[in-house]
Design a binder for this molecule. Sequence first.
Ligand SMILES: Nc1ncnc2c1ncn2[C@@H]1O[C@H](COP(=O)(O)OP(=O)(O)OP(=O)(O)O)[C@@H](O)[C@H]1O
Length: 692
Amino acid sequence: MPTAREQFFYGGGDTVSAIGLGIGISEDSATSPSRVYNSTTVPVSTTNTSSWRNGTTTVATNGTQTKHGQTQTTPLAPLAPLPELEEEKVPYDGDTMSNLPPREPVDIEFKELSLTVSLGFKRGSKEILHNVSGKFPGSQLIAIMGPSGAGKSTLLDALSGFKTTGVDGSILCNGRRRDLPAFRRMSCYITQDDRLQPLLTVSENMHIAADLKLGEKVSYEEKESRIENILVLLGLYNHDQTLTMRLSGGQKKRLSIAMELINNPTVMFLDEPTTGLDSSSCTKVLELLKTLTSQGRTVICTIHQPTAKLFQIFDQVYVLSAGNCVYQGSTQKLVPFLQTVDLPCPMYHNPADYIIELACGEYGFDKIDTLKSATENGSCLTWFDNPGSLLRAEQLMRKHPIPKHNKNRSLENTGYANQCSVLLRRGYIKSRRDTTMTHLRIVVNIAVAILFGAMYDRAGREGSRVLDNYNLLFAILMHHSMTTMMLTVLTFPIEMSILIKEHFNRWYSMKAYYTAMTIVDLPVSIISCFIFTVIIYCWSYQPMEWVRFWMFFAISLLTVFVGQSIGLMIGAWFDVVNGTFLAPVLTIPMMMFAGFGVTLRDLPSYLKWGSHISHLRYGLEGFIGAIYGLDRGILECNEAPYCHYRYPKKFLEEITMSGDQFWNDVIALSAMTIIFRAVSYIVLKAKIKSVR
Ligand SMILES: Nc1ncnc2c1ncn2[C@@H]1O[C@H](COP(=O)(O)OP(=O)(O)OP(=O)(O)O)[C@@H](O)[C@H]1O
């Protein structure tokens, strides 16, 4: 049997290639037993050359349709019926969407759109989209296709408003220039990777999304009913108590869609919704999206190389090749289009595969130019289903009144207080289940306290072991600073992708996220620090005075907060690899400036400034003030005949600390916490902005 390429270049043997393009007209198909059908082959009988989507079609999408070398004619399932999610055995009920009111369709058009990215300092820039145009009418399921690197995700980013930097050209919504805040209020973006909270169940994720998107104005019953309907529609109802991390790839994808459906967006952008899914899950996801379009939603998704079966689910396709449009129009008309430009699709070839092969330049780069000119880089509307009925911009403007001006500048659906309280609830659930950030942290604090206690048993009251106790105080300081810093260095890199998605989809503001994240961590920080302090303070026999204990605890806690804030700042600035390298590296100079190895008096004058920015210096000074300050009396001397530091004052003199700087240390550590937190918030905001 000739290969697709051979058929293309040398003709299809006994096949009339006129219809070609995935629609092979066999002169005598019944007498061609040698034909092999693969999953992407869509030959159509001569009785149905006009529509290979709905007519009687010879499909070989699985082995059963090719029997003993003979092709069986199988009618394709009509597209209209709604999907049945067999996997979950949920009978589909047309009413399941009753709580999601139909939407007024939105027509998106873009003209001469180009997108340029900066390649970095002194490296210039690169244009990814080259003046492409296109039209995505409302209520349609639209595929943006193309080879890898063609610019599919970039086009999706530009249209959704996710990318605004370097975008040139015009994007129209219902004929009017896109008002980005208003457009973002009616649209959502579902990313390729599943950015979901792994430690929450399906139901919890849905409730959090509902509370953030619908707020308190919508009643509990209404929210419940919406969640129920969506979960039933998406076949997730039976899994509502499953932790998200335990869901299958397809279920995660459906949950991502479900969470965005809660506020009933009009336009949905999905980046490769079928990637990583088996063919049955792909079909289910696409059929679900198709269902959503029937209620007025416009669903635009990027897709790599759909099989013939998946391809036919789409209404319209937009094909890109190296940032240029090579086809725009209905899926059914792709074959006739290719025929018209003299690039007929070989028989038994999936047109979707064929156009990608053409777009890759497999048949010569001149073919790409031919296609680009034929589609006028996306301006040509000839190949739409019913081009005559497409409304021009002016007609659309007349049909759709000017939208009401929204005085509310905030993009989020609910207020700051509601966002904070819902995020706190989510944070609480997460920290209850998080083995590292919560459980391991408490266990590590207890284990280290026991270890230190055993090593420095009674060092706190013994005059002959003052230097041991000094070492212990510094070790405690390092423990508080390093353990929290290393944990929080990971906070933003781990959460960043979820944060970007949820923030872009207007779930919450950065301010609310940051406030909730700060508050949620407080109980665990305080509890683990308190347990540690009690164990080590008692075991090492530090002075049994409440004032000194609380001073000691206060300095410990503030050191924890500073360590956390530095960790957050580094995590906001750098990725995981650089962050985990930089955090300990930056701690070393802080240690040197703490006055521990080299006393503050002996620091070279040109390095004195370092001691003022070292949180470990203030921590150590604070500990010394708590343990040896407040005019502490003579120490016991039971373990050695001579106690050099029997008088605490002598020790303070030698380490050049006065022991009365406690409040200055508290102020310095508090100020550092506030400054580092503020810097990490600013860096985080800038980073999120820079992504766009
Ligand atoms: N910020 C950037 N800096 C430099 N090049 C970029 C940047 N963003 C995208 N590109 C380049 O632009 C081209 C298009 O990228 P895009 O992610 O849109 O492709 P795609 O068609 O979605 O590919 P895939 O299907 O593999 O995801 C690629 O060559 C990519 O390397």
